[in-house]
Write a protein that binds this ligand. Sequence first.
Ligand code: AVJ
Length: 326
Amino acid sequence: MTISEADSSSWTEEGVDEAATRHAVALAAAEGLLRADKRLPPWLLYDQRGSALFEEITELPEYYPTRTEAAIFAAHGAEMATTIGPGLALIDLGAGNCAKAARLFPLLEPKRYVAVDISVGFLRDALRRLQREQPHIAMAGVGQDFSTTLEIPAELVGSDRPVFFYPGSSIGNFEAADALALLRRIRERAAGGGLLIGVDLVKPKAILDAAYDDGLGVTAAFNRNALSHLNRLIGSDFAPRAWRHVAFYDAARARVEMHLEASADVEVAWPGGRRRFAAGERIHTENSCKYRVDAFRAMLLDAGFAVSRHWTDREGWFAVFWAPAP
Ligand code: AVJ
């Protein structure tokens, strides 16, 4: 479905945002609670409140990734633009409020801007505003869960060079095999352009532990909100306050894990399922994988990109890679 808007931005949308589909997907996700390694999908973290809490997280002193990445773009954006070259269609994966991409417009001067996000309502408003400010860039929104499908209508890219933009180290949410599969999917659609991607790097455990378990408890609220979201979607009866936020860096796996831990014995029920949790039992809600520069470069090559270059902050905490797709 494509909706043309009065302001000339176009719109395509898939079923992901329809309430019925959402409900079915969430019900399937709840099956993860019946497994031995109990887990919930990380997208449950991002309803309206979850997205607002994540924005709060990005401003916490402990959460370094957002500001470190922004500093890298501020310091090296001009050089990135020269490296990437002109005539591009910028395809923003997980665009959200489109702010990160918009900050690059003056440098990259894209001919077209395609914003992709699973959360359509948020995106639609942001895009409409942006189109008004930048009438010379052809803008379009695509409502899509690009972790499973990545279909960008060809007319949205036209004859411009497709440059995918995937900031924030969101790639870290995927385990290695899934991350590689996503990079391959992007590569197949990036011919003549490439991928500009932000990646969080391996660093001392104390820094990572604090970044995902902040003093104000914002990350804890963010984590617990996944249960409220699930309750709303499928009618489960989790009491979020009875679950403790647990987050830690596992150096052997180079990833931060987030869990919710039952504070006491509880039984949780939902239409089609129920399960007892003993005090101390955990539900795994998110992984945030950290990379070494060499390992990530190898993954980009494995996905079919040409030799990449990258920019980093002075401490080497975060990296932005440009991976050309010849
Ligand atoms: C949005 C996936 C990049 O993993 O750092 C922040 C999400 N989780 N604090 C990350 C998150 C806990 C964030 N990403």
